[in-house]
Design a protein around this ligand. Structure first.
Ligand code: LMR
Length: 442
């Protein structure tokens, strides 16, 4: 998916002294501002298993709150440091247990839309308090503070903790959801193999960090491009987390496909259902018009122009990201954030009867004959418990099979290219120049 702020995780010893002193200044400044409301994971108090939240997490016994005299924990700042007891208040007594959500690339454009949705209750529901753990790069630390300040100024009742940091081993502690948006954008002259390597290393490290400190049932949504292969790298580096829990975001492609079909059929987009995106989040992705439905009828019965479906429609969806970059001058951000919210909601609410959604998931055991050991977008259904199952009753024709095979080939080639990051031996990179583009590449 679209590019966002690159996060890194230098160790304390690799920090330059100027960085160090600027951190000291930053910290001093933070402490002097009385109304600061964010917890910062500074290298100064870094220990590998340090608790990162600045207010009470579910692992800590809440300190009794005395009326008129809120207790402040020593190791944090401002309003998120106030101790609270959700069970003590009438309005919050029935709320669910707080969940920890990590967001990487948290100072980037996508996150700037997403974080406010997460904090408002729009994604996880009006009775679900959340803790947001923001991962960024050292370069983005100030911007991360700005994000956290805006979050505190928004007075979201459900937002109970905010912390920011640059070390995934700290930020991912106990997280139940990891929304991995941070990735390096492809620069001028950079080969796709180079991009795979650079971002692959980030995702390998984040996989290791999740494996070490996150909840063992953490759900991981990979958005940073190339998201399918990044998700594969991440899951291979997190052997203690079920491979099924890793997703590569293709929901934006699904939404784009629904919109195009609705436009062509002259109906509103809520009439389009059963939309699968198969394969890679790249220009080889396959928007499946064979199984999709409009007002409950097969798309091919509603849209008789089959040449349009095979050529124009498919092409528009595959390259929508690029078309957007040409208009905006940057990657999609708001619609990507909306699609991340949609993807999460699809996992935590039961899928409507007869319908399904697309997600890039691990192919082992898939019923379609797609090569194992890839992260491939396929049709999924959920009972609303955070898990999913693959949809079995889909049909194929030659066109669909051939297109899927092309995307599969591409992902197999990408996987060979990152073998050094997945524990599969020596990497061998032979990526064709045309079929290996991100939707945003021209
Ligand atoms: C998108 O689909 O909009 C993005 O993934 C485009 C890109 O390449 O950043």
């Amino acid at each position: 998916m679209a590019m966002a702020e690159l996060s890194s995780s230098k160790t304390m010893s690799s920090l330059s002294s100027s960085y160090y002193s600027s951190q000291l200044r930053l910290l001093a400044k933070r402490r002097s501002i009385s109304n600061r409301c964010l917890g910062v994971l500074s290298p100064l108090h870094r220990t590998r298993n340090a608790a990162i939240s600045c207010s009470v997490s579910q692992n800590q016994a809440p300190v009794a709150v005395q009326e008129g005299e809120p207790k402040i924990k020593n190791d944090c700042y401002g309003v998120f440091c106030l101790t609270y007891d959700l069970k003590a208040e009438e309005e919050t007594r029935s709320w669910k247990k707080l969940i920890n959500i990590a967001v990487s690339g948290a100072a980037g454009m996508i996150s700037n839309h997403l974080l406010f949705k997460l904090a408002s209750g729009e994604v996880f529901g009006p009775d679900q308090p959340v803790a947001l753990k923001l991962l960024g790069s050292e370069r983005s630390l100030q911007a991360l503070e700005g994000v956290a300040m805006e979050l505190e100024d928004s007075l979201f009742p459900l937002l109970r903790e905010v912390s920011i940091g640059t070390d995934p081993y700290e930020v991912f502690q106990d997280v139940e959801w990891a929304l991995l948006i941070g990735a390096k954008p492809r620069g001028p002259g950079m080969e796709r193999a180079g991009l795979l390597d650079i971002n692959g290393k980030i995702y390998a490290e984040q996989g290791r960090a999740l494996n070490a400190v996150a909840s063992h049932n953490v759900k991981v949504m990979v958005v940073g491009n190339p998201c399918n292969t990044n998700a594969l790298i991440c899951l291979k580096n997190a052997p203690n987390i079920p491979a099924k829990n890793f997703h590569a975001l293709t929901r934006l492609d699904e939404n784009r496909a629904k919109c195009q079909l609705a436009l062509k059929a002259g109906v509103f987009y809520d009439k389009v259902s059963n939309m699968t995106i198969w394969g890679n989040h790249s220009t080889t992705q396959v928007p499946d018009f064979l199984n999709a439905r409009i007002n409950g009828s097969p798309v091919k019965e509603v849209i008789r122009d089959h040449k349009w479906l095979e050529e124009e429609f498919t092409n528009i969806v595959q390259k929508r990201g690029g078309a957007l970059i040409q208009k905006w001058g940057r990657s999609s951000a708001a619609s990507t954030a909306v699609s991340i919210a949609d993807a999460i909601k699809s996992l935590i609410t039961p899928t409507p009867e007869g319908d399904w959604f697309s997600s890039g998931v691990y192919t082992n055991g898939n019923p379609y004959g797609i090569a194992e050991d890839l992260v491939f977008s396929m049709p999924c259904r959920s009972k609303g418990d955070g898990d999913y199952e693959l949809v079995k009753d889909v049909i194929f024709d030659d066109y669909l099979r051939n297109r899927i095979a092309k995307s599969e080939e591409e992902l197999v080639a990408e996987k060979r290219c990152v073998a050094h990051l997945t524990g599969d031996g020596v990497a061998y990179c032979d990526l064709g120049p045309v079929d290996t583009m991100l939707p945003g590449e021209v």
